[in-house]
Design a protein around this ligand. Structure first.
Ligand code: GLP
Length: 231
């Protein structure tokens, strides 16, 4: 794993945006992999500032809350439409697990088939949850997992409630790409800011085991971590 130490989240988001552009432009026909949340919002702001528009026509989202429509203010589909598609003036398609053609019982399987058909992704953005989750692969997720519906841990529901007007509305399930799905991307850019994530990052880097989902990706041949935390 390559580690880039930065002084601030702002600087980290700028570097992440540069690496994303470089990777996406190296394989311009391949889809890109998108993530959501507070950390990624900064990366998308920097991408928009540079005037970058992806040359690919497809993108894949990492995860999505289960049971909320794509028009819901807090759906990841809506967030990516706002911050990535509209933000960058890009007209491509974002495939979101659990939404549109990927809703319903066979949706996760269909999403997995589509990513196999159109992938591998040139680059996948990744954040880390306070409890160490990657996408919505909670601690203990199998390293060979594929896209599926998962139960969210109470700590995840609590951490993400800050984004909801009514904290009681946070879904308790999600559809998430699996760790084996994520590992297929050609490049992984992992961005970890915030002292609340220090413990999870330290454990994943220094005592990786089945409770640290990042351990499934630690040995990826092209993974870069951008952080100001201690490593
Ligand atoms: C969320 C998402 C993850 C994201 C992580 C960090 O729950 N499912 O994909 O990377 O948690 O989010 P944030 O940047 O808001 O801390």
């Amino acid at each position: 794993m390559k580690i880039i130490r930065v002084a601030t989240a702002e600087q980290g988001a700028e570097i992440a945006a540069e690496l994303f552009v470089e990777a996406a432009d190296s394989y311009p026909r391949d889809p890109v992999g998108l993530a959501t949340g507070g950390t990624m919002a900064g990366v998308y702001r920097h991408l928009a500032k540079t005037g970058f528009t992806p040359r690919c026509s497809e993108a894949f989202a990492l995860d999505e809350y289960f049971g909320i429509p794509d028009t819901h203010e807090n759906s990841y589909a809506n967030e990516l439409n706002r911050e990535f598609s509209k933000g960058l003036g890009w007209n491509g398609t974002i495939h979101t697990p659990g939404q549109g053609p990927y809703a319903g019982l066979h949706g996760p399987e269909k999403f997995e088939q589509t990513i196999q058909e159109l992938g591998p992704l040139s680059v996948q953005l990744l954040g880390l949850g306070v409890n160490g989750h990657i996408a919505f692969n909670e601690p203990g997720s199998p390293f060979d997992s594929k896209t599926r519906v998962v139960d969210l841990e109470p700590s995840t529901i609590q951490a993400n409630s800050v984004y909801f007007a009514d904290p009681a509305e946070v879904p308790n399930q999600a559809t998430s790409q699996g760790l084996a799905t994520i590992a297929q991307a050609k490049k992984l850019i992992l961005i970890v800011f915030g002292s609340a994530k220090q413990a999870a990052l330290t454990k994943a880097l220094h005592s990786p085991d089945e409770t640290t989902p990042l351990a499934a990706l630690n040995q990826h041949s092209n993974i870069t971590l951008i952080t100001y935390l201690e490593t």
